[in-house]
Write a protein that binds this ligand. Structure first.
Ligand code: ZN
Length: 114
């Protein structure tokens, strides 16, 4: 995990697989409004650099939550398998929503290149 300590960044996101087999994309974000972190139930303040956890379900569909960086690192990342760094370009909202329109077995290349 220390290898990814500085990620996600504006150039690289992280991608891992949840226990349910969903893709979890960890993307750097700047909060445009106040959110509630699912890790600690505290506020993610407007303007705060944080982690957007975008779920692309194994069966299709997407959803996302806004985490404090520290909470994502401490609570969410350890639950993910095959965590790796990917180009932030691969994790744009449009691309991930497109990915979610197909079930996992029908997405072509299984996971993006670094
Ligand atoms: Zn938190």
């Amino acid at each position: 995990m220390p290898a990814f300590a500085h990620l996600p960044s504006s150039r690289q996101s992280l991608l891992g697989i949840s226990g349910e087999g969903d893709e979890i994309w960890l993307i750097r974000g700047i909060a445009q409004k106040q959110y509630t972190c699912p890790g600690c139930h505290g506020d993610v303040e407007i303007g705060e650099e944080h982690v957007i956890a975008q779920v692309v379900g194994r069966a299709g569909g997407t959803e996302h939550r806004h985490w404090h960086r520290g909470c994502a690192k401490r609570i969410l990342e350890p639950t993910l398998r095959r965590l790796k760094a990917v180009s932030a370009r691969e994790s744009s909202r449009v691309k991930l929503e497109g990915r979610g329109r197909r079930p996992a077995g029908k997405r072509g290349r299984r996971t993006p290149r670094r």
